[in-house]
Design a protein around this ligand. Structure first.
Ligand code: ATP
Ligand code: MG
Ligand code: FE
Length: 327
């Protein structure tokens, strides 16, 4: 089948055409970062309006690039949650109008499942069971993927998500938005000389990053002359080491040796190099382009529902706090 994927859960507007399991015929991702960074974070109202601006235009473009007709698609897969309600509704209503007018089935996709499925685009032979470390702007979880659509949540954050902690620390240091890529870059020029806390390090599989964030805040207040690269490096080391430590522990406890990383923080270079250095774990992460929000991953997750005949009604609603188990 050919599946049109649509993603508008936050501040990326993206459309993709996926043929079969792996072949991305064309895809476009428009990031609104330049618009939102003036405000130091995503402004929901602005994000929704920009989605309307971009959706029609880039949808036309992906069909032109792929050189296929609207009628050549077999289904329309769209993110229906989790995310910002206004943003979600833009993509969802656009997808519904297309579904209605082209008479093609609609498939509602869970954005988190999309992030996990970005790995199936990169690794054609990847099969469950595996462990997922889902680390994004809004989520941080260790998941045991027992089958293609059977996810058990092993641990999650009790407060801030990993990406959120990166974004907030960068905001405190006045180094820009989004914070993940900025801190990743600064850290490469710094040294790990400050000992920031590693919350819940030897305590189960849950995470907690708000204390780490606050301790960086106090440190900044007390040491206004401290080197920003060293702070970035030390903060990143605490956070990433905690993530890796818990995943390795779960891998040892469960005996599952395949570990799949998903979500925007999967782009982090320290995370990647730490996992690469661990023997007897096979590590997978999406191509850099497909770590953060994109429609190709939504189309890929949509494919999995398509082959199972899991279609949605045209009254499908946006669910801002959709959980991973609600597929
Ligand atoms: P969710 O998927 O939970 O709804 P989201 O869609 O906003 O949230 P993503 O698009 O998956 O999140 O990822 C964005 C996050 O990834 C941001 O918090 C950003 O700072 C972070 N990020 C991106 N690149 C890096 C990097 N190199 N290192 C660390 N964090 C990164
Ligand atoms: Mg984004
Ligand atoms: Fe996301």
């Amino acid at each position: 089948p050919i599946i049109l994927g649509i993603e508008t859960s936050c501040d990326e507007t993206s459309v993709a055409l996926l043929k079969g399991k792996h072949e991305i015929l064309s895809d476009i991702i428009i990031s609104q970062i330049d618009i939102h960074k003036i405000f130091g974070g995503v402004v929901p109202e602005v994000a929704s309006r920009k989605h309307i601006d971009f959706l029609y235009k880039i949808t036309k473009e992906v069909f032109q690039k792929a050189n296929i007709k609207y009628d050549d698609i077999d289904a329309i897969a769209v993110t229906y949650g989790p995310g910002l309600v206004g943003s979600l509704l833009m993509g969802l209503n656009f997808a519904k109008s297309l579904s209605f007018s082209l008479n093609k089935p609609l498939i509602g996709v869970n954005h988190l499942m999309g992030h996990i499925y970005a790995n199936f685009l990169a690794f054609k032979d990847l099969k469950p069971p595996f462990i997922v470390l889902l680390v994004s702007g809004g989520h941080t979880m260790i998941i045991h993927a027992k089958d293609y659509m059977d996810f058990e949540i092993i641990g999650k954050t009790r407060d801030d998500a990993a990406g959120e902690a990166f974004d907030k620390v960068s905001k405190m240091m006045n180094t820009g938005y989004p914070g993940g890529p900025v801190i990743d870059r600064l850290a490469k020029m710094g040294k790990n000389i400050y000992k920031f806390p590693k919350p819940l390090y030897n305590n189960g599989y849950d995470f907690s990053f708000s204390g780490l964030k606050t301790s960086v805040l106090y440190f900044l207040k007390e040491h206004s002359q401290a080197n920003i690269e060293d702070i970035a490096c030390s903060f990143q080391e605490s956070l990433i080491d905690t993530l890796v430590h818990k995943v390795v522990k779960y891998s040892n406890d469960s005996g599952v040796k395949k570990v799949v990383i998903a979500g925007g923080v999967a782009a982090n270079s320290l995370l990647r190099s730490k996992f690469d250095g661990i023997k007897n774990i096979n590590i997978y992460y999406p191509n850099l382009k497909y770590c953060t929000d994109n429609a190709a991953m939504i189309a890929r997750a949509g494919y999995e529902k398509f082959i199972r005949n899991q279609f949605s009604d045209l009254n499908l609603d946006a669910i801002p706090n959709l959980g991973l188990k609600e597929l």
